[in-house]
Design a protein around this ligand. Structure first.
Ligand code: NAP
Length: 525
């Protein structure tokens, strides 16, 4: 089976033998993809000339209604998405739900909140600015949907959510999307696009998919286009520095890798409920999606006196979780996505072991349940410990994109802040403590280098949304090495797909334009 590309309003098979997609448990080939000989310039042109104008003829409310219909189609096909997640990603039910249900929830969320923008075709931002003494000449800021294409280049670990969390705000803004899913897991995104196209909800050109290499896609991006990239920092640097992107000042949003942290306060001694909450969260973060989440906890920064008890408590939880073939109902932890990722995890763990001791796991030859270790791509959940966080290098710098985390000891709040900041910019840090002064000090010390800080005390208990869980109502993205991007945060996500401009002129023209605009203040509520 070779998955065809959907470009220029048609399904087109790429040339050549194509690239194989595998089952990471059995090693079996599932499908092939190819973008060879696909005219990507024409694909962008079609999306721009057909999809954009058709979407922008509609109001925000009408586009929100389209998203609601897309949400219904995806819900109707949910079982099939779980099947593909199991086959192509080795996902357990919980892993598949995180990606697929997260995707459907995000689409439905934007369908719902998009209605707040009502009937406008652009957005009026802020008050009229007086520019003359008589009042005959004034200014008004507006946000106009970009007359270009949203180009998504996505990572392998969220084939469903990665598509939907980007497509929802782009389509709501009236901007057509061209998605290039990561090759290893392209099948799920492909199937979702196929279902959306078959349902004939969106106008021609509103959604396209290119599977396989991105080839020269970025060389054809224009001034009105938006590139939204999710993936490794290394690929991000290549995207950012593409000559055409630089020459045309194409807007680029980058969501890259991140050495996230979780912090235990000095007040949270072993036995304390907050201590137990963090133990549970670390074990969950290490094992859900086999640790292949950009937001997963990579460093757990713990008061030195509690290091041993904390490590023991996490290890007890990990030892009770079966790792293996997700078709076995007892299995809680699946494989990483393929042999190449397995090799990358092993290499990363070898680096971390140079400056850390292993508290749990770390055996490259461990035997997964109901799977052949030669053919499959499992990594044993591995907990490490680092005694000297200030001098360590790899712990703060090297992302093992699998079921691994490192405990790092700290002695005082100053060292804690310095150690946390060594990630040089992260998506998320969570702080577990009941000490209000400590919490305030830490948030002020690290907030600028993080997109999200999650605070958990006894009053929150188990009601928090999860360290690694990205909710569409809150910001996702982080500064520095995390890419510097911003996504979601409710209707703020629409800012990426709009251009701000100011009209200076007579009040009559301004009020005429304002009359056909929705109020941008809804974006910030
Ligand atoms: P990757 O190797 O950087 O690939 C990401 C995407 O870029 C893929 O679609 C890939 O296509 C494409 N690509 C590679 N080279 C390209 C080029 N020269 N021009 C255009 N596109 C190119 O990352 P990955 O292995 O898929 O994903 C894992 C990484 O993503 C991890 O580091 C993780 O932390 C990060 N991530 C970050 C977030 C976030 O929101 N911050 C979310 C998820 C994952 P092919 O697959 O065809 O090579």
């Amino acid at each position: 089976m070779k998955l065809p590309n959907y470009v220029s309003g048609e399904w087109k098979e790429g040339a050549g033998a194509g690239e194989p997609l595998f089952d990471p448990v059995t090693g079996e080939e599932l499908a092939r993809i190819s973008s060879q000989n696909i005219d990507v310039k024409a694909a962008l042109g079609f999306a721009n000339s057909q999809g954009g104008p058709a979407l922008q003829q509609l109001t925000y409310r009408e586009r929100a209604d389209l998203l609601a219909k897309v949400g219904e189609v995806l819900t109707a096909n949910r079982d099939e998405y779980f099947r593909i997640s199991l086959l192509n990603s080795g996902a357990t039910q919980a892993d598949a739900s995180f990606d697929v249900d997260g995707a459907i929830y995000t689409i439905k969320y934007y369908a719902k909140i998009g209605r707040a923008l009502e009937e406008g075709k652009m957005l009026k931002e802020g008050a009229v600015v007086p520019l003359s003494k008589s009042g005959a000449f004034v200014g008004q800021h507006f946000l106009l949907p970009a007359k270009g294409v949203a180009i998504f280049i996505n990572a392998f670990n969220f084939p469903a959510w990665g598509l939907c969390e980007k497509a929802a705000p782009a389509l709501l803004s009236g901007v057509p999307v061209v998605v290039k899913p990561a090759s290893p897991t392209a099948w799920l995104a492909h199937r979702m696009v196929e279902d959306i196209v078959k349902a004939e909800i969106l106008p021609p050109g509103a959604i396209s998919i290119l599977c396989g290499s991105a080839r020269d896609l970025l060389d054809h991006a224009g001034e009105g286009d938006i590139v939204s990239f999710t993936g490794s920092a290394e690929t991000a640097a290549r995207i950012r520095s593409n000559a055409n992107i630089l020459r045309r000042s194409v807007r680029v949003n980058i969501e890259a890798d991140s050495i996230n942290s979780a912090i235990l306060g000095p007040d949270a001694a072993p036995g304390n409920d907050v201590f137990e909450l963090l133990v549970k969260e670390v074990a969950r973060e290490m094992t859900l999606k086999a640790g292949q989440k950009c937001t997963a906890i990579r460093r757990v920064i713990v008061p030195r006196p509690y290091l041993t008890s904390f490590g023991d408590a996490v290890s007890v939880r990990l030892s009770s979780m079966k790792v293996g073939n997700p078709r076995n109902a007892e299995v809680k932890v699946g494989p990483v996505v393929n042999k190449a990722q397995q090799a990358a995890c092993f290499e990363g763990l070898r680096k971390l072991k140079e400056e850390c001791s292993v508290l749990f796991g770390g055996d490259e030859r461990f035997q997964p349940v109901d799977a052949d270790s030669e053919k499959s791509a499992f990594v044993q959940p591995t907990l490490l410990s680092c005694a000297n966080g200030l001098d360590a290098k790899f712990v703060h710098d090297f992302e093992v994109f699998g079921p691994a985390a490192t405990l790092v000891a700290y002695d005082n709040p100053e060292d804690l802040i310095a150690v946390t900041r060594r990630s040089l910019g992260s998506l998320v840090s969570s702080v577990f403590s009941n000490d209000a002064a400590f919490l305030r000090n830490i948030v002020l010390g690290i907030g600028d280098l993080h997109g999200r800080v999650m605070v958990v005390d006894s009053s929150v208990g188990a009601q928090h949304t999860g360290h690694g869980n990205v909710v569409p109502s809150c910001l996702h993205g982080g500064p520095g090495r995390a890419g510097g991007g911003e996504e979601l945060a409710g209707l703020r996500a629409l800012l990426l797909y709009h251009r701000r401009f100011v009209v200076q002129g007579p009040p009559s023209t301004i009020s005429d334009l304002a009359g056909m605009s929705a109020d941008a203040s809804a974006l910030y509520s």
